[in-house]
Design a protein around this ligand. Structure first.
Ligand SMILES: [Zn+2]
Length: 241
């Protein structure tokens, strides 16, 4: 009986010894995974897989003193929540619009303070602008954005890493209406209706210099998408679904 117990113990220890390098490898990989680059890259989204008929409308560069209110009126009319990626400098100029966006169930994302052009030279400036914008939005709403959209959607590992270190997800898009380029109403409508699928993130702008056809296009797009059974959600809701 004693010998059997001894033999069992020996088998147990030799088993441990044989698999020790394997355990150490697993442990080191899991520690690396917690802080490594993979997490940063996994933090970047342009759409969401497998989310039944849900889509997210996003609006960049605002708030604009006139145009944002027109878009908010349309979203309110159809009870559609959206996500606004705001510039800190515009948020400070129009705090009442930021408050309205929150009050009406929309989400605020961070789009830098001054639409900072991204290059390797100003990578630390990017960090400062994200923080400055977050503080501006917080002062107005007591709400801290968790979504970051880099100007022009330019994202590399450094940007993703800065965003992750500040606890942000990076949100790009997979349908670009090109409404900032004074694209016609019908072209914007076609771009969305011909390409939309579940889980898509659509890029619009609520602040465009000169004439904007965004609002007119939304008046057609939203009822058509509702008819097709799409469900409008904020970007955070899309990612959680
Ligand atoms: Zn922008």
């Amino acid at each position: 009986m004693k010998n059997i117990k001894k033999r069992e113990k020996m088998y147990f220890y030799s088993f441990l010894l044989a698999f020790l390098p394997f355990f150490i490898l697993i442990l080191s990989l899991s520690v690396k995974g917690g802080v490594g680059e993979r997490k940063d890259i996994a933090n970047v989204y342009s759409h969401k897989e497998n989310c039944d008929m849900k889509i997210a409308l996003t609006f960049d560069d605002g708030p604009h003193g006139v145009k944002t209110a027109v878009i908010l009126d349309i979203l309110k009319k159809y009870s559609v929540p959206a996500t606004f990626f705001v510039l800190g400098e515009n948020a400070e100029k129009h705090p009442e619009i930021i408050k309205r966006e929150i009050k009406e169930g929309h989400e605020i994302g961070n789009h830098t303070y001054s639409h900072l052009a991204i290059s390797e030279k100003n990578i630390s400036g990017m960090r400062d602008e994200i923080i400055k914008t977050e503080n501006s939005v917080y002062e107005i709403t007591e709400y801290r954005p968790k979504l970051f959209r880099p100007p022009e959607g330019r994202c590399n590992e450094n940007i993703a890493s800065i965003a992750a270190s500040l606890d942000y997800s990076v949100i790009l898009w997979n349908i670009d209406t090109r409404d900032w380029a004074h694209t016609s109403r019908d072209c914007i409508v076609d771009m969305v209706l011909n390409n939309i699928e579940s889980g898509d993130i659509v890029l619009f702008h609520d602040a465009v210099s000169g004439k904007s056809n965004t609002a007119d296009a939304l008046e057609i797009i939203i009822p058509k998408l509702k008819e097709k059974g799409y469900i409008f959600v904020t970007v955070s809701e899309l990612l959680e679904s």
